[in-house]
Design a protein around this ligand. Structure first.
Ligand code: FRU
Length: 430
């Protein structure tokens, strides 16, 4: 599939417009309506993009009995639309996977003007935090540059309650090369991305990878998308870097894992679940980032391959794995899938749950108090997903912030409960 066109655009295996045209809400891909939690566990902060501390083998870590997660946060009295401009990473911990406590901001001296999403590795008793440094720390005004960075040196102490301590050392890991990964100056679109690093050690080969959200360079005059300049601006990709030695701080850029030129501008927070020997690659994307002539939803999209480098085929034919219901199309965003008890669980944040406008942009037309009222700003209910070959099916949900502990079995799904009742009463509907 690799070919060098005269205009310098290299077509790669990816998500095609034909596949994306098949996106539709079905019973298998539509989440149930999410309602606000009875109590907001972290009332002082808006909480959105979240990632769990994981071991090298990709399991959610348990440290002295605690599950640990990291989230982008902002003060709860801030207008939710402004939160990206002040995002700060805080750590949360839980002894039961249901009740979470705030362990405070992680850094005092992070890179960037603010910090965006990442991932976290627990290796040999040390915490490595990969994150996006957004904005130039030296610029007086807000800037939108994005660098992929990491902090090393974190340790967890639990003798007097939970504490994540430094001193942290911050390292710049990757910058776009302008060939495989677009630089900001090359961007022809409104949106530019080079962010959201996610650590993955391949259990089959032992190789160490960093996935990230990026864009593919498509020069002016390129013949990509039949030369359609409008479509070419939608140039999202899943980036890939390799650590030849397994060192979490030494990376080399590699070829992108997946290209979505002409299809979608933003393939956010890419991550992999390795299941039944296959590689399930997931990304979050928005309704408004699909290219001209395509319509998708705010949703979790997924692809499957037999090898890490692909070729990836879209799950369920179109790529859509989970979206919000039609009457609450923005209730959740920024999904993270992880394996548990034979299923795949999917955590996301509770977004604008009481809003069914055509696009999220309309939110800014509402009064400040209405914007605040309609925003969740906490973790949403965890979805349960059946993943089999190239097909997936939503099975049900757990509670808000509910992340089962290691070895904990999942309750029967609603469907299983109905089946069991029918069996007991001798009534078989099949
Ligand atoms: C997804 C996202 C991430 C980014 C963060 C910034 O919700 O756009 O890609 O790191 O939000 O707040």
């Amino acid at each position: 599939m690799d070919d060098d066109s005269p205009a310098g655009f290299r077509a790669r295996a990816g998500w095609t417009r034909e596949q994306a045209r098949a996106i539709e809400r079905t019973a298998a891909t539509t989440a149930p309506v999410f309602y606000p939690p009875e109590t907001d566990q972290i009332p002082d902060y808006h909480v959105w993009d979240t990632w769990f501390l994981r071991t090298r083998t990709g399991r959610l870590a348990t440290v002295d009995g605690y599950r640990v997660c990291f989230s982008l946060t902002a003060p709860a009295d801030l207008l939710p639309g402004k939160r990206h401009d002040v995002a700060t990473i805080r750590v949360f911990y839980s002894a039961d996977g249901r009740n979470w406590r705030d362990g405070g901001p992680v850094f005092e001296d992070a890179l960037g003007q603010r910090q965006w999403a990442g991932s976290a590795l627990y290796d040999d008793g040390e915490v490595y935090l990969f994150y996006t440094a957004a904005g130039e720390e030296s610029a007086p005004e807000l800037t939108y540059t994005q660098r992929i960075v990491a902090a090393s040196g974190g340790t967890i102490h639990t003798t007097e309650g939970f504490e994540l301590r430094g001193p942290w050392t911050h390292h710049e890991l990757l910058q776009p090369d302008g060939e495989r990964y677009e630089r900001e100056a090359q961007s022809r679109a409104m949106i530019y991305t080079f962010r959201d690093p996610w650590f993955f050690e391949d259990p089959a080969t032992g190789e160490t990878w960093l996935l990230f959200e990026a864009n593919s360079p498509v020069p002016e005059g390129s013949d990509a998308c039949g030369g359609d300049a409008g479509q070419q601006e939608y140039n999202g990709s899943v980036g890939l870097a390799r650590s030849p030695t397994g060192d979490p701080l030494a990376w080399e850029l590699d070829e992108p894992l997946l290209d979505a030129v002409g299809v979608n501008q933003e393939l956010e927070r890419p991550h992999i679940v390795h299941k039944d020997g296959r590689y399930y690659l997931f990304v979050s994307s928005h309704l408004h980032t699909f290219g001209p002539g395509l319509s998708g939803f705010d949703g979790l999209y997924g692809f499957v391959a037999d090898e890490l480098r692909g070729d990836y085929a879209p799950l369920n034919g179109s790529g859509l794995v989970a979206t919000n219901p039609e009457n609450a199309p923005f209730q959740a965003y920024s999904w993270m899938a992880f394996p548990h008890d034979g299923e795949v669980l999917v955590q996301s944040f509770f977004n604008y749950y009481d809003f069914a406008g055509a696009t999220l942009d309309e939110i800014s037309g509402l009064s400040d108090s209405e914007q605040m009222r309609r925003f969740g700003g906490t973790l949403g209910p965890t979805l349960r997903l059946d993943v089999e070959g190239a097909g997936t099916r939503i099975l049900g949900k757990l509670g808000h912030w509910e992340i089962p502990m290691a070895g904990e079995s999942l309750p029967p799904t609603d469907r299983e409960r109905i089946d069991a009742t029918e069996r007991r009463s001798g009534y078989d509907t099949r």
